[in-house]
Design a binder for this molecule. Structure first.
Ligand code: SF4
Ligand code: SF4
Length: 243
């Protein structure tokens, strides 16, 4: 029998997690920055999946440098919501629309959300935004249909109009995960740099990766307790600037 690929293994992990009651799952992502080649395919996949407009990106990849000339290393740092267990955005939200689910994912109830800019500003990682209503095709003769199409985020089928003026951020593609699929960024990554699954399942690949040496928590000193973590940061001196 052929060995299971990384993607097949993570899909099997999701199926096992979905067989459990929701409160027993803890969705998590670990990103190995040594494997990221900076192709931005994850950013494009996320934009396509969630139809995020101009000014809103749930997933983006930053260029980073380490060292001094002539000993300089160039690497890539994928960024997205950290799904913090102690989330500043949840604390800053006065309308009760930004909450953490029992599965660990911090979600936004678009029906209640008032798009308070203070909620987005409370995120120390800069990964939440307010949808200002801009379209990529503004100023062109015709708005493209995809820009108003339903996104299915949190099972919501209202399309773009229900999201204008709201806070927006990554939700680990919960609508895909709960249907047995991987988040769009994970299934698209050519470097297999992303591990996703149920942290509460010790047999899952993401739980195994979480036990690896060198797990890096971005800005751990903030006390936000991120669920999204990194591997391979010890190959660079990330901690020098981001304790
Ligand atoms: S990373 Fe930012 S948006 Fe995501 S849960 Fe933490 S504070 Fe909220
Ligand atoms: S798709 Fe994978 S390799 Fe490409 S930028 Fe995203 S994380 Fe890096």
């Amino acid at each position: 029998m052929s060995e299971q690929s990384v993607l097949e293994q993570m899909r099997a992990d999701i199926q096992r997690a979905l067989a459990k009651p929701p409160e027993q799952r803890h969705w998590a992502m670990i990103i190995d920055i040594r494997k990221c080649v900076g192709c931005h395919a994850c950013t494009v996949a996320c934009k396509s999946e969630n139809k995020t407009p101009e000014g809103v990106a749930y997933r983006f990849v930053k260029d980073a440098e380490d060292g001094e000339y002539p000993n300089v290393q160039h690497f890539f740092m994928p960024n997205q919501c950290m799904q913090c267990a102690n989330a500043p955005c949840v604390k800053a939200c006065k309308d009760g629309s930004v909450t953490q689910g029992k599965d660990g994912v911090v979600r936004i109830d678009y029906a209640r959300n008032t798009g308070d800019p203070k909620v987005a500003a409370a995120c120390p990682y800069g990964v939440m935004s307010v949808d200002k209503g801009d379209y990529y095709t503004d100023g062109t003769p015709k708005r493209e249909a995809y820009e108003d199409a339903a996104t299915f985020e949190y099972g919501d089928k209202s399309g773009r109009k229900g999201k204008i003026g709201k806070n927006r951020k990554c939700h680990y593609c919960l609508h895909r995960v709960e249907a047995g699929m991987l988040p769009a960024c994970v299934s698209t990554c050519i470097g297999e740099a992303n591990y996703f699954g149920d942290l509460n399942d010790p047999k899952s690949l993401v739980a195994k990766m979480a036990r690896e040496k060198g797990i890096y928590i971005f800005q751990a000193d903030l006390g936000t307790k991120p669920t999204t973590k990194y591997l391979g940061a010890d190959a660079y001196s990330c901690a020098k600037c981001h304790e």
